[in-house]
Write a protein that binds this ligand. Structure first.
Ligand SMILES: Nc1ncnc2c1ncn2[C@@H]1O[C@H](COP(=O)(O)OP(=O)(O)O)[C@@H](O)[C@H]1O
Ligand SMILES: [Mg+2]
Length: 257
C-alpha cells in the first residue's frame, strides 16, 4: 500500500515563508480534499510536490515509496507512480493526446524495466478506448493536438485522461481559479469518481467548496496561513459550507480573534 507522507514541510518563494510546517498523509484508496481561503499556501504545496524550481523547501520531507521525493526530478516522481496535474501544461505542437499518453506510459514502463519495448500499439489503443469510455469521452479527443486551442474544460479532460492512462498510485490535483467553470468542475469530479478505486489515492486541492458537492472525499483538511489548521471527515465540508472559515481562524488563533 503506497502513501505520500508530508512531514513538517516549510517552504517559500524569494525568501518569504509560505508553508509553515505542513503535515499530511494520503494513502492509496483515499480521497482527501485540501481547502482554505485564497493565499493560504495550497497551490504552493502543489507546486512543491510537483518540483517547481521557483519554490524553496527550507525544512521537512515528503516521502513516497520510502524515498524523499524532494530529492527527485519531477519526471522521476511521475515514474514512481505520483501523478501531478499540470506537470505538462504547455501545448506541444504536432503531438496528439494519444501520442503524448503513449510516450508517458512507455517512459513509466521503462523506469520499471529498462528492457521494456513499450506498450504494443493495439494494447494501447484498446486501453485508451476503455479509459475514454469510462470517462464518457469522445474517442476523437485522442487525436487532438495536446493543449492546442484547448478550452479550460478540454484541458481538464486531457488531464483526467492522462491520470486514467498512467494509473498512478497517488494523484494531486490543484483546481486553481483559472478555467474552473461548472463544466470543468464536472469533468474533474466525474473523472475522479469514475477512477476512484482501492489503488488510487487523490489529493484534491480546491478553492471551491462546490466541487465537494460532486466528489465525496474521505477526509477534508483546511489550510490557514501555511498550515493545516483543521482536519476531519466529509462532514467538515458541510460545516464549511454553512459557517465559512471564520471559526477555524478563531480556533487556531484565539488571541487575534
Ligand atoms: N511566485 C510567487 N511569488 C511571490 N509570492 C507568491 C508566489 N506564489 C505564491 N505567493 C504568495 O504565497 C501565498 C500563498 O499563495 P498560494 O499558494 O497561491 O495560495 P492559495 O493557493 O492557497 O490561494 C500568497 O500570499 C501569495 O501571494
Ligand atoms: Mg491556489
Amino acid at each position: 500500500m503506497s502513501e505520500i507522507m508530508i512531514r513538517n514541510l516549510h517552504a517559500g518563494v524569494e525568501g518569504t515563508e509560505i508553508l509553515k510546517g505542513v503535515n499530511l498523509t494520503v494513502k492509496q484508496g483515499e480521497i482527501h480534499a485540501l481547502m482554505g481561503p485564497n493565499g493560504t499556501g495550497k497551490s504552493t504545496l502543489a507546486y512543491i510536490l510537483m518540483g517547481h524550481p521557483k519554490y524553496e523547501v527550507t525544512e521537512g520531507e515528503v516521502f513516497f515509496k520510502g524515498m524523499n521525493i524532494l530529492d527527485l526530478d519531477p519526471d522521476e516522481r511521475a515514474r514512481l507512480g505520483l501523478f501531478l496535474a499540470f506537470q505538462y501544461p504547455v501545448a506541444i505542437p504536432g503531438v496528439s493526446v494519444a501520442n503524448f499518453l503513449r510516450t508517458a506510459i512507455n517512459s513509466r514502463r521503462k523506469a520499471d524495466n529498462p528492457e521494456d519495448k513499450g506498450i504494443p500499439i493495439p494494447q494501447f489503443r484498446t486501453m485508451l478506448k476503455e479509459k475514454m469510455d469510462l470517462l464518457k469521452m469522445d474517442h476523437e479527443f485522442a487525436g487532438r493536438y495536446l493543449n492546442e486551442g484547448f478550452s479550460g474544460g478540454e484541458k481538464k479532460r486531457a488531464e483526467i485522461l492522462q491520470m486514467a492512462a498512467l494509473q498512478p498510485e497517488i494523484a494531486i490535483l490543484d483546481e486553481t481559479d483559472s478555467g474552473l467553470d461548472i463544466d470543468a468542475l464536472r469533468i474533474v469530479s466525474d473523472g475522479v469518481n469514475a477512477l476512484r478505486s482501492d489503488n488510487l489515492g487523490v489529493l484534491v486541492i480546491t478553492h471551491y467548496q462546490r466541487i465537494l458537492n460532486y466528489i465525496k472525499p474521505d477526509f477534508v483538511h483546511i489550510m490557514l496561513d501555511g498550515q493545516i489548521a483543521e482536519s476531519g471527515g466529509p462532514d467538515l465540508a458541510l460545516v464549511l459550507e454553512e459557517q465559512g472559515y471564520d471559526w477555524v481562524r478563531e480556533k487556531s488563533n484565539p488571541v487575534s480573534a
